[in-house]
Structures are given as structure tokens and as C-alpha cells.
Design a protein around this ligand. Structure first.
Ligand code: TYD
Ligand code: MG
Length: 460
């Protein structure tokens, strides 16, 4: 007979332990183990007969998923072209980043497009949500709203012929199933509640949005179990103190995962930013030393950002290196390459590097822009006006080619840049921007700063 027991589950990594202890052996977290009712133990494989499953050809004439636009262009882009019926989308992010605002605007836009939708806040009352909707001018009689946290009630209400086309659960950490002992927000509750809701979405062809809060170390609370269960995982992120919010797809069964949507949080809600480069470059009037424009890519979309460097004398034995928005190991590598391959010393200098606008750059293609910003800051000479940079730097100091150079050049041209320092590659047709191919970092230093690179470099 199947027996029901309880098990002890670490709330931070999801490891299951036979008994309680103060520290999780698997991830080392303290006081994270909680007793949870485990599912009934399965019967032995031999004790019952399974049903025969039917196989069919992979090419069985299945149609492409039909897409419905959400009415918010940036959200459509990240979803891979719009909503897919019967799919589950997880929107994860830090508390207060704007997930509820985004989804409230989504329901308003979706209902405007003629789809039926239900908004289920588990954290806020109906009055609170209505108040916010009124303030943002989003009141629509077509949006149905009910505050609920019991999954059983929600399913009983939604499962029927009048099931809405879009449902929003805000947030999944407040949902609970009454047949489990565990408290809402625990691994087993989050897993079971999401499982039931996703099952309903598949059965009724409803698009389900689940909101998930992120824990301190950046994981979706309910240790990643949710990421496996849903079709699409979107992270809503942004720096506190900056108004930009970036919606990033990290998993998408119906589209690419390298897309981002850019929004601006204002007092009138979230606003789409169709041309983010112009936004991230705003505020550049006079050429100053230490600033360099990097022609980057975010997914299929070119994005120009400003990389800023500051170099100051250090009186410490190990000078400070601080980085915001870029990888600190990569900075150490660039500094080492500049020192070894060009003889330009930074070892007695403090180095600060920042990507303006609160965005994070992950591409190695930013190497050349970082090196140029560092040199410009060290020599205290501005870079050529109206120029952009992109290119990866290898350990031997060579500039390597990067992906999608044409798109980067076109975007730079569109925004009025006159020249582009870039890896040496084939020709590009139909561009008016002046191309400045560079082969090595020492050539880059010479071209940008000429004599200064020789006379000012301490060891040259
Ligand atoms: P919210 O959507 O409640 O965040 P989440 O659901 O991710 O926890 O957003 C709350 C924050 O957004 C709050 O700090 C205030 C800010 N905000 C604005 O700046 N303008 C607005 O119009 C709204 C609705 C919120
Ligand atoms: Mg919220």
C-alpha cells in the first residue's frame, strides 16, 4: 500500500533530507530545512499494468502555435511574437520592480484587444488593485478581478466553458493547496499549486501568467522548480534608482531567449521604450575623457550604451578595481593585456568602470570599448567625437571579430555616429559610417591617442 510520510526539504536548494537538521548538507544554508508532507510513495513497477501509449510521426501536420498580440509591443517581442494559447509564462523579479504594474497594464491592453481575462491578486486586495488601475487610467469593465489564494477555488471558478483566455496569478508564492500541510511559499506548495494551474491552462487553452518573487541570491523562490514547469520564463529586472526596466526571456519554448524588452517606470506606469539606444546615450553633450560608446547587441536588437572609466592614483599596495554593469574578471584581463601587450601600466592606479544607465553588458564584444575607455581615462584625452567601438580582445592583444557587425554599424549610423572602430573583416556595402578596422590593442592605442600612448605610458 502507498504510504504518506513527511520529508524535510531545504527551501533554498530543494534537497530532500530524511530528518531535520540545522544546516543543509547540499547547499550549506542554515535553518532552511522545513518539514513538508511528501507525496505518496509510488508502487513498485511490477505491481500494476501501465496503459499502452500511442506513438506517432514527428511530422504529423501539427500547426504552428497561433499568436495573439498583447497590445504591448515590448512584451510581444520577448514572448516571441505574442501570447500562445495554453502556455504558462512565469514573470520573475525582485519585489517592487514592477511586475504587478506590468501585468495590470497587460490585462488592460489584452482586454482592449477583445480577449477575456482574469486578474487574481493574492497579495493585494481588489480595492488596492482597482485604485492603482484607476490612477493609471486602466479601468476596463472587461477585466475580471478577484482576490484569492486557494488554488482549489481558483480552478473551480475558471474551469468551465467561460474560462478566460488570459489569467494572471500574482504571485504564485501566495497560492496554496489545502490538501498539503506545508505553508504557502514552500517548495511543495509552489510546485503543487503551479502544477494544478498549468494543467488547467493546457486543458482550457488559456494563457497563464504566474508572478514569482526572486530570492536574495537571484533565484526564483521555490528553488527553480517553477522554471522547469512553465513554457516561458521572463525576468523583469532593473537597477534601483534607475527608471529603466528590462524584461528578459531566459527560457522560451515558443521563441528565442535572447530578446529583451525595455520599459521606463514613470509615475504614470510603465512606458515602452522602442529605441533604447537613444535613451541610454542621452546626456552626452561634450566629449569627455573616459567615456566610450559601445555598439552592443541585446538579442537580435542592437543597443548602444556608454561605457565610462575612471582612473586615479592609488596609494595602496593592491589598488581598487570596481565594476558596475560588467564582469570584473574580464576587466582584470583587459588591464593585463594592456599592460603586457602595450606596456601601459595600471598597477599603481585605481580603476573604476561603469556602464551608464543601469544596464548590464555581458558580451565579450565590449572589450575594445572598455580598453578605449580605460586608455582615454588614463591619458585624460577624449575619444574621437561621434565614434563607436566594438570587438573582442584576445589574450595576445589581437582584436577578434564579433557577431552581427552589420547590425551594430547600421544602428550606429542611424543614431548619427560618424566612425566605428571595429575588428578587421570584410567590407560592408551601403554604409556611410567611416569604418576604422583595428588589428591589435597597441594599434588601437596608437590610432586613438598617437603620441600620448607613447609618451604618457609610464613604462614606454
Ligand atoms: P509593483 O508593480 O507593485 O512591483 P512588484 O509587483 O514587482 O512587487 O511596483 C511597485 C513599484 O513601482 C513601487 O515602488 C512604485 C513604482 N511605481 C511607479 O513608479 N509608478 C507607477 O505608476 C506604479 C504603479 C508603480
Ligand atoms: Mg506585486
Amino acid at each position: 500500500m502507498a504510504k504518506s510520510t513527511s520529508s524535510f526539504v531545504c527551501q533554498s536548494c530543494g534537497a530532500v533530507h530524511p530528518k531535520w537538521s540545522g544546516k543543509c548538507d547540499a547547499c550549506g544554508a542554515w535553518n532552511s530545512i522545513v518539514e513538508e508532507a511528501s507525496e505518496t510513495t509510488p508502487k513498485g513497477l511490477t505491481s500494476g499494468k501501465g496503459k499502452k501509449i500511442e506513438f506517432m510521426a514527428l511530422d504529423n501536420g501539427a500547426k504552428d502555435a497561433t499568436r495573439a498580440s498583447t497590445g504591448i509591443g515590448e512584451l510581444d517581442r520577448v514572448l516571441g511574437g505574442g501570447l500562445v494559447a495554453g502556455s504558462a509564462v512565469l514573470i520573475a523579479g525582485d519585489p517592487g520592480i514592477g511586475k504587478s504594474t506590468l501585468l495590470l497594464q497587460t490585462v488592460a491592453a489584452v482586454s482592449k484587444a477583445g480577449m477575456s481575462c482574469s486578474y487574481i491578486p493574492g497579495e493585494e486586495s481588489v480595492a488596492q488593485v482597482s485604485l492603482r488601475a484607476r490612477r493609471l487610467g486602466l479601468l476596463s469593465p472587461k477585466v475580471q478581478i478577484a482576490a484569492a489564494t486557494s488554488v482549489r477555488d481558483i480552478i473551480a471558478s475558471l474551469d468551465g466553458v467561460d474560462c478566460p483566455q488570459v489569467a494572471i496569478i500574482d504571485s504564485v508564492q501566495t497560492m496554496f493547496l489545502d490538501n498539503l500541510d506545508a505553508a504557502p511559499g514552500t517548495v511543495s506548495q509552489v510546485r503543487a499549486a503551479s502544477h494544478e494551474l498549468i494543467k488547467l491552462a493546457k486543458k482550457r487553452g488559456m494563457t497563464l501568467f504566474l508572478v514569482g518573487h526572486v530570492t536574495k541570491d537571484g533565484q526564483i523562490a521555490g528553488p527553480r522548480v517553477l522554471e522547469h514547469m512553465v513554457d516561458t520564463v521572463l525576468y523583469f529586472e532593473g537597477e534601483r534608482g534607475h527608471e529603466f526596466r528590462i524584461l528578459r526571456a531566459v527560457k522560451n519554448r515558443f521563441g528565442g531567449t535572447d530578446e529583451i524588452g525595455v520599459f521606463e517606470m514613470r509615475d504614470s506606469g510603465l512606458h515602452e521604450v522602442p529605441n533604447p539606444s537613444a535613451l541610454f546615450l542621452s546626456g552626452r553633450e561634450h566629449p569627455i575623457s573616459g567615456a566610450c560608446v559601445f555598439a552592443g547587441m541585446e538579442g537580435t536588437r542592437p543597443l548602444l550604451v556608454e561605457i565610462q572609466a575612471l582612473v586615479s592614483p592609488s596609494y595602496m599596495s593592491s589598488p581598487r578595481r570596481a565594476v558596475v554593469g560588467w564582469d570584473s574578471n574580464r576587466l582584470a584581463m583587459i588591464l593585463a593585456v594592456l599592460e603586457t601587450r602595450c606596456g601601459i601600466r595600471f598597477s599603481d592606479k585605481e580603476v573604476y568602470l561603469s556602464v551608464a544607465g543601469g544596464i548590464r553588458v555581458n558580451e565579450p564584444a565590449a572589450d575594445m570599448a572598455v580598453a578605449s575607455a580605460l586608455l582615454s581615462a588614463l591619458f585624460d584625452l577624449p575619444l574621437p567625437v561621434q565614434s563607436v567601438m566594438f570587438g573582442e580582445i584576445g589574450l595576445s592583444g589581437e582584436i577578434r571579430s564579433v557577431a552581427r557587425m552589420e547590425a551594430r554599424l547600421k544602428e550606429s549610423e542611424k543614431l548619427g555616429f560618424a566612425s566605428a572602430y571595429m575588428p578587421k573583416t570584410g567590407a560592408f556595402k551601403g554604409l556611410t559610417i567611416a569604418l576604422k578596422p583595428v588589428e591589435t590593442v597597441s594599434q588601437l592605442a596608437r590610432e586613438l591617442f598617437g603620441a600620448a600612448a607613447k609618451t604618457k605610458a609610464p613604462s614606454a
